[in-house]
Design a protein around this ligand. Structure first.
Ligand code: 13P
Length: 265
C-alpha cells in the first residue's frame, strides 16, 4: 500500500444518521426535536460534524426545525435522481435537494444497489449531479459476505471507488465522503471488527491516493457503517483511517445517536 495514504489528523469526523424508510412526517419532527434538546445540552464535540438523512417527505420539516432551533446538524438526503429535471415520475432531483439546504447526499447505498438495481455507472451519474449542485456525496461501497470469504472484498471495493470517482479533480475527490459499509454487517447486529473496518478504510484511502494523490487521500473522509452502536462507536472512531460513521438503526433513537456522536474510546 502507498505510504502516502494517511488521514489528515486535523480532519473533521462526520457522524451521519441514515433514517432509511423510517419515521413519518410527525415522527421525524419528534425525533429532530429530541435531538435538538439533547444536543443543546451536550453539544457536538469539537472536530465532529453530524448529518441526518430523513426520508424525502420529512426533509422540509426537518430543515425548518434545524434552522429555527439552530440544531448543530447538517441536513442530508438518502439518494437523488441523476438527471436535473424531466419526465421521471416519482423521482427527486439534486437541485430540489440543494434548494432545501441539503449538504450531504448518500449515493449508491447497498440497499439501493440491491433493491433498485443501481449500477456503478448510475452511482457515478448521481455523484455528478450531487457535485454540480454544490453538495457533498457520501459514496457507499462494500462487499457481500461471499466476496469477503473468497478474498474478493478488496478488489471489489477498490473498483467501486474508482468507478464513482475517477476522472475528477484532486480537489473534488478530496472533498467527498466515502462510506465503507460491508453488506454483511448492515442491519445484522454484526459490526465489522475495528481491525477489519480499519484495514478496508486504509485500502480505500490508498485507492484515493493512487487516483488523486496524497493531498486528496488525506482530506477525503472515510466513514464506516454497519450495525454501529454506542458501544462500538468509540473504538471505530479511534482507528487511524476511520473519519466518521454512517449509522442506520441506532440513529432512530435520539439518545443512542447522541451517544454515538459523543463516543470516545
Ligand atoms: P445499520 O446501522 O442499521 O446496520 O445500517 C447501516 C447502514 O446501512 C447505514 O447506511
Amino acid at each position: 500500500m502507498s505510504p502516502a495514504a494517511v488521514s489528515d489528523p486535523g480532519r473533521t469526523v462526520l457522524v451521519s444518521g441514515n433514517w432509511k424508510m423510517n419515521e413519518n412526517h410527525f415522527e421525524a419532527l419528534r425525533l429532530v426535536q429530541e435531538l435538538a434538546a439533547m444536543l443543546r445540552v451536550s453539544g457536538v464535540p469539537d472536530g465532529r460534524e453530524v448529518s441526518i438523512h430523513p426520508p424525502f417527505t420529512s426533509l422540509r420539516t426537518v430543515q425548518t426545525a434545524v434552522e429555527t432551533d439552530k440544531v448543530p446538524v447538517a441536513l442530508g438526503a438518502q439518494s437523488c435522481h441523476h438527471e436535473m429535471r424531466g419526465a421521471f415520475t416519482g423521482e427527486v432531483s439534486a437541485e430540489m435537494l440543494a434548494k432545501l439546504n441539503v449538504a450531504y447526499v448518500i449515493a449508491g447505498h447497498s440497499e439501493r444497489r440491491m433493491h433498485c438495481g443501481e449500477t456503478d455507472a448510475l452511482v457515478r451519474a448521481k455523484v455528478d449531479a450531487i457535485l454540480v449542485q454544490g453538495m457533498r456525496p457520501i459514496v457507499c461501497v462494500g462487499e457481500v459476505l461471499e466476496q469477503r470469504q473468497s478474498g474478493q472484498a478488496e478488489p471489489h471495493v477498490r473498483r467501486q471507488v474508482l468507478d464513482a470517482l475517477s476522472g475528477r479533480s484532486a480537489e473534488t475527490i478530496g472533498s467527498v465522503v466515502i462510506a465503507y459499509e460491508p453488506i454483511w454487517a448492515i442491519g445484522t447486529g454484526e459490526t465489522a471488527s475495528v481491525e477489519d473496518a480499519e484495514q478496508m478504510c486504509a485500502v480505500i484511502r490508498d485507492e484515493v491516493a493512487k487516483l488523486a494523490g496524497p493531498g486528496a487521500a488525506a482530506s477525503v473522509r472515510i466513514q464506516y457503517g454497519g450495525s454501529v452502536t454506542p458501544e462500538s462507536a468509540g473504538g471505530l472512531l479511534d482507528a487511524d483511517n476511520i473519519d466518521g460513521l454512517l449509522v442506520g438503526g441506532a440513529s432512530l433513537d435520539a439518545e443512542r445517536f447522541v451517544s454515538i456522536v459523543r463516543a470516545t474510546r
